[in-house]
Design a protein around this ligand. Structure first.
Ligand code: D41
Length: 674
């Protein structure tokens, strides 16, 4: 067998060092030097070399995080140095007592404390032998845990090999595996999409992820890690203060909580507690308190421990973020888009330091998932400044068999029928322009730049007009007079005149803009454009049935349903008639009802400046011919239209072999299909 060339070995070693270093910059220092893409390139190069030369693969290579096969069960691990637990304190008093006892035992006037957030995660032990991660175990009961090495190896924040030098031959690192709040939200969103069970909080999600027998599942979970101390140490020594030990760990590539600090005395502890309490909501992960530890190891030793907890450490808990209370009623709110949101009215309860009496129930699916019914005892959670949530129902406290809750069939604001589109979780009021709850939003959208483009009709003014009952629906805008507008607060005669002129000007529009301005669900600019060019007239669109609509490229059953539902509403048809009577008009378009438009299926990217038209006009012209216009060049791009000073998109097109059209070619293409 041919030996692998020295240059390859060197490159592989170099790549591993670089990847480990960049992991350290990212996870330990929180200060990356390179982009994710650059990092991926390094990892890919290493993967390719290892595939080509399998004899170079080592277990601590950064490519070897996943790959182990599923287990049948976890093996038991005995903790040679027991993993102790923490004494809890729930009041300042208890903290004063703790400090006083410790000072008396040590016979000192003041103690220095290492202080850090108490992460709401899972305690684990990481055993490094000669700097290589050799075993990871859960805390279990403190004496016996489970071997979760395969799973822990998939956590990118945990180094498979320590950095630098000077670490003991055997070093047991202890810390907490956590899931960030953002990672938790994302995971639950995925779980929801797959119809899988939702996790109640980040801690449960982290625990569930670590307890997977298949490491490939764990690898997909956004887990992270911070160390809080050490266990077994052999063949080497650690410094004599807790914060120095943590400093050392950090230098070896172990993530240490960046919020940790050293303070003097009980006053220092309590000041830190208050500071972190303020910061709690803005941290990217859940914390449930602060841990105070006597910093000096000689003092720790003198204090020793009672039962299973050291006398030199204390967990000062924050007020709980979850509490039990009773669901008194479910109300329904109609949002600005017409979405119906069920709101839980609760028996007021203190959660996370504030009184909570409402919680969102999101939608019908969420109500069904929780199977929550009026009168139930529920667990409410208020974390951060997000709206309080109902986590679960305490079924053992349910009395009798109260009816299941269903969202109403009619809008509680305007009485129009409600509807839930196929494939969507949200229930909407179909009142559209007629529903007062949706009116302001609908008018703002109608006036917006890419819709009717009514200059000077901003959000504030819309609110005023509706509140003053001058405008009920979008058609009323065109009945406004200078005198009426002038009477509004902060409105001079000049602005009033300008608004009326802008309204007048907006009457001359295009069918596509008008359709878009109506604010039909699922009909964005592109769909409006497609509809306009396919049908050519508003009447035809209003009378199209599902089959006719579905024959239009890019219009599926959901969009078709929305369109039909909108035009079926008498109120909507009335408003449209009023708008047309007010003088809104557009040039008649030549209908191009061919099932397939000439540029159907083609993708264009525009770059540089065109002399004959703006970028938006070019985009509209292409879309009218059925083309898709996107922002970035890829292998899927068919044409790049390059005007003056085209920039990097043209270079990329060149590199990918995508056809580039100059302005003349582009004009010719448009003319050909005009
Ligand atoms: O953040 C934590 N959850 C945390 C847990 C922490 N910051 N420090 C801890 N320190 C200890 C001692 C003092 C016993 C070494 C701990 C824990 N223990 C702990 N976590 C779970 C059980 C014990």
């Amino acid at each position: 067998m041919m030996a692998v060339a020295k240059s390859v070995r060197q490159r592989v070693a170099r790549l591993r060092d670089e990847i480990n270093y960049h992991n350290y910059r990212y996870y330990v220092l929180d200060d990356p030097e390179i982009t994710d893409a650059e990092y991926d390139r390094l990892l890919r190069e290493l993967q390719e070399l290892e595939e080509k030369y399998p004899e170079l693969v080592t277990t601590d290579s950064p490519t070897q995080r996943v790959g182990a096969t599923p287990l049948k069960e976890f093996a038991e691990v005995h903790h040679e140095v027991p993993m102790l637990s923490l004494e809890n304190a729930f009041s300042d008093e208890e903290v004063f007592d703790f400090d006083r006892r410790a000072r008396e035992r040590l016979n000192v006037a003041e103690i220095e404390y290492a202080v850090e957030p108490k992460l709401d995660g899972l305690a684990i032990s990481l055993l490094y032998k000669e700097g290589v991660l050799s075993r990871a175990a859960t805390r279990g009961d403190g004496t016996t845990g489970e071997d979760v090495t395969q799973n822990v190896r998939t956590i990118d924040a945990i180094p498979l090999r320590l950095l630098g030098k000077g670490y003991p031959g055997i070093l047991e690192v202890r810390g907490e595996v956590i899931m960030t709040k953002a990672g938790f939200e994302k995971l639950n969103q995925l779980q929801r999409q797959h119809g899988a069970k939702l996790f109640a909080n980040p801690r449960n999600a982290a625990a569930g992820s670590l307890r997977q027998l298949d490491p490939r599942i764990t690898a997909t979970r956004p887990l992270s890690f911070f160390s809080y101390g050490n266990g077994l140490v052999e063949q080497g020594e650690l410094p004599s203060r807790h914060h120095q030990i943590m400093q050392k760990m950090k230098s070896w590539g172990i993530p240490v909580n960046p919020e940790s600090s050293v303070v003097k005395g009980v006053e220092g502890c309590l000041a830190y507690y208050r500071k972190m309490q303020q910061k709690r909501d803005s941290l990217p992960y859940d914390i449930d308190g602060i841990v105070y530890k006597v910093d000096r190891l000689d003092q720790q030793e003198k204090l020793g421990f009672v039962a299973r907890a050291p006398r030199w450490a204390l967990a000062h808990k924050f007020p709980a973020q979850e509490e039990m209370t009773k669901l008194l009623a479910i109300d329904v709110q109609v949002g600005r888009t017409g979405a119906l949101t069920p709101v839980a009215r609760l028996q007021p309860v203190h959660v996370g330091g504030v009184v909570v009496s409402n919680a969102t129930l999101h939608n019908q699916d969420e109500i069904d998932r929780l199977d929550v019914r009026v009168g139930d005892t529920v667990i409410v959670r208020r974390a951060g400044d997000v709206i309080p949530q109902i986590v679960s129902v305490v079924l053992s406290r349910r009395k009798g068999n109260p009816p299941r809750y269903k969202l109403p069939d009619t809008c509680p604001v305007c009485g129009s029928p409600t509807a839930r589109l196929s494939g969507e979780v949200v229930t909407y009021c179909t009142g559209g322009l007629y529903c007062p709850a949706q009116r302001k939003q609908a008018i703002k959208h109608f006036a917006s730049r890419r819709a009717m483009d009514i200059e000077g009709l901003g959000d504030k003014l819309v609110e005023q007009l509706v509140d003053e009952k001058l405008v009920n629906d979008v058609a009323d805008l065109y009945d406004l007079t200078v005198e009426q507008v002038q009477q509004l607060e902060r409105m001079g005669p000049k602005s009033a005149h300008n608004l009326i002129a802008a309204l007048e000007k907006s009457k001359s529009t295009t069918l596509a803009r008008f359709l878009y301005a109506l604010g039909i669900h699922d009909v964005g600019e592109t769909t409006a454009q497609t509809l306009a060019s396919h049908f050519g007239s508003l009447e035809k669109i209003m009378h199209a049935d599902e089959e006719t609509l579905m024959a239009v490229p890019d219009i599926g059953p959901v969009v078709a349903e929305s369109i039909i539902r909108f035009f079926r509403q008498k109120h909507n048809r009335k408003v449209i008639r009023k708008l047309q009577q007010a003088g809104i008009h557009w040039p008649t378009e030549k209908a191009k009802p061919s099932g397939k438009l000439p540029l159907q299926g083609k993708t264009f990217v525009l770059t540089g400046t065109l002399s004959k038209m703006t970028r938006d006009e070019a985009k509209a012209a292409l879309q009218a011919l059925g083309a898709k216009v996107t922002g970035s060049v890829s292998k899927k791009t068919d044409y790049v239209v390059a005007g003056e000073n085209p920039g990097s998109k043209a270079d990329k097109a060149e590199a990918l072999g995508v056809t580039i059209l100059d302005e003349k070619d582009f004009q010719a293409l448009l003319d050909e299909h005009a």
